[in-house]
Each structure stands twice: as C-alpha cells, then as structure tokens.
Design a protein around this ligand. Sequence first.
Ligand SMILES: Nc1ncnc2c1ncn2[C@@H]1O[C@H](COP(=O)(O)OP(=O)(O)OP(=O)(O)O)[C@@H](O)[C@H]1O
Length: 293
Amino acid sequence: MAILAVHDLSKGYKNHQVLEKISLTIDAPGIWALVGPNGVGKTTFLNVITNILPATSGTVELVGKTNKDSSVFKEVAFLQDNTVLFDYLSGYDHLKYICDVQKIHKKRIKEVTEYVGMESYLKKTVGNYSLGMKQHLLLAMALINEPKLLLLDEPLNGLDPTSAILMRGILLELAEKGATILLSSHNLSEIDRVTKQILFLKDGKLTEVDMNNYENTYYEFVLSNHELAHRMLTEHGYDVEFASERIRIQLGNEQLDMVIELIKGKGIRILDIQKEITGSEKLYKEIFSEASS
Ligand SMILES: Nc1ncnc2c1ncn2[C@@H]1O[C@H](COP(=O)(O)OP(=O)(O)OP(=O)(O)O)[C@@H](O)[C@H]1O
C-alpha cells in the first residue's frame, strides 16, 4: 500500500493550467521536499492532494484510500497556512475542537503542546500570537492525531532560528519513527538538513531528485603560496580554481590526504581548510534559471 499515490493529476484555474498530469508514489517513511518558485503551484498541489480543492482530472490515494474518503484524515494531517486559525479562539480551543471532532483523547493536547513547546501561550487567544507562535499551533494541530502522512505547506514560515531547529528535530524524529512527510519550503539550506529527496515543481510537472547524486564536495585551502600550489596540483591532474586569497578543489574525502601531502611536500604551509558541500540551491538555480531570468 502506497502512503501517497497520485495518478495523472491535473488542476487549472480558468485558463491557467497549474498541474499537468502529475504522477507520484511515495511508499516509505521519510521526508520529501516540494520545491519551486512563488506561484508555481505547490499550495495548489497540496490542496488538491487533500481534496480541499477538486482536481480537474486524476486520482489521489492517501494511506491506501481515495482522498475523497474523509476518514483518511484520522491518519493524515495537513499543516496549512495560518489563515485557517481563528483569532478569537485560544490555541487550546483549536486543539480541543480537533479532539472532539476526531474523538481523540484530551491528554494528547498536553502531550503535543509540550512536544512543540507552546504550553506557555496555549490559553491565549490566537489574535495575540506572533507568526512563529501560530506556526507552533498549526504544527500541534497537525500532530495531534499522530499521523502516518504529514503534509506541510511552508512549515518554516516565520520561525526564528531556535524554532526552526526545533521544527527540524521534530520532523526528523517523526520520520525516524515511521511517518511520511511531504513539505513545501523555500528554505533550501533547511531542506538540505532534513532530506535528500526533493520534488521540483516546474511547468506543472514534478521531477523527483535524489540529492545524493548531485552533491559535490569542495575544499578551499588558504596557503602560504597559492600560485605554486595551483601549478603543482594542476600538473597532478586536479581541477583547481583560484578563489580570492585561496584555491578551491572538488575532491572526494579519500583524495584529501593525498592533496595535503602534495602541498606540504612542496614546502607550502596550510593556513586553513574549509569543506563545502553543494546542496539543492545549486540544482535549484540550474532548474529554474530561465524562470528567474
Ligand atoms: N483560487 C485561485 N484562483 C485563480 N488562480 C489561483 C488561485 N489560487 C492560486 N492561483 C494561481 O495558481 C498559481 C499557483 O499558485 P500556488 O499558490 O499554488 O503557488 P505556490 O507555488 O504555492 O506559491 P508560493 O510559493 O508563493 O506560496 C499562481 O499563479 C496563482 O496565482
């Protein structure tokens, strides 16, 4: 049974086609990131998956059942943007409402609010919440039914670094415990920290990429003599670039020791070495360069 199975899914608004015959199957725990520029259709995709918006054509199964069967939401949660919150209700009221409707034991309110760290403002009305506090409440609402499939639209929106780190820890822990998570985000460095599985949305189509196949590791060396090191390493067949006051080489971990030996062998002092792994940002720029130009 696939956790998420999308077949030939299309969606348009009037004359504007946003999703074109998208198919996608996810049948394992883990985290998948949905990535693309503003207005490309990420929210539309998540809304259609969850049947908040009707598809123009195609089918969606969530945890083995059609998305038209509302009982799937006992096992599936969707974190939408904060416009779904009511300013005049407290965080507690929102969570209690979900417990009442889904017949979830009230003890989950205490558990989940401790887990996301929002006990101190649980009883305040949402109209007095900051953006980050609203995001914590939305996360608590999404987690209260201990979902197998968690769909998150921009979960990092408005989070300060401490909250973003907390969110990252929560997502990794949930995936580790067996949840499947699909999240949309513009924060590529944060995405690189939680997953290698990226779904790029462009021109209505999804492309699934395993970032393990795209990452490159570069080492930057600050040396006592860059010209000499550049010449010598080039002669040894390495592809060496000059960066400002340093040289930059793409290397596997196993080649690093050899390069250090060669540099030291020429009597050149190594003042600093920095490792840099290129992540999804580089690929994003390649895929969307036409769109952003
Ligand atoms: N209700 C609607 N009626 C008409 N067009 C819409 C509607 N909702 C979205 N659109 C259009 O559909 C396209 C996709 O919008 P969507 O909100 O899904 O993109 P997104 O990738 O989530 O964007 P962002 O990253 O800015 O949140 C946009 O061009 C948007 O203007």
